[in-house]
Design a protein around this ligand. Sequence first.
Ligand code: HEC
Length: 119
Amino acid sequence: MRAFILLFASTIALFATPSAYEQGKKLYFGKGCNGCHGISAGGSSQYPALANRRKPFLIDKLKGYRAKKGATQLSQIMIPFAIGLSDTQIDALTTFFSEFKESSSHDKTERSSRGDGGS
Ligand code: HEC
């Protein structure tokens, strides 16, 4: 299943510029998610790690927060950040998390090394 999702995401990435991964990365830093979840999406004692987690789980969580569902007080912190996200943005972000790479130097696909991609 995971392999299928990765393959599927890679296939999309070949045709879409910038790739979902790159879009997710931009959103992650652009929306300040890194402020809590860290520059490597590794989390901290208070905030959960997001890097290399399962994409379907993360999608589920983000859509839940967006719908203002949250069982814990901690969820209340997260809800405002999820409310403005579109399905496409959630998809891009969770692609970025589930395929997270610390650096692109060992990127076997090379697909994210197209440069900043102009506009
Ligand atoms: C102010 C700090 C803060 C910011 C900024 C923030 N988060 Fe969170 N995030 C949290 C906290 C706290 C939780 C844990 C909530 C809970 O326990 O339900 C969380 C949980 C999550 C989860 C679920 C992870 C899990 O293991 O349950 C995802 C996915 C997530 N955040 C993504 C994002 C994204 C994407 C952004 C940017 C749009 C973002 N967060 C910005 C604090 C933050």
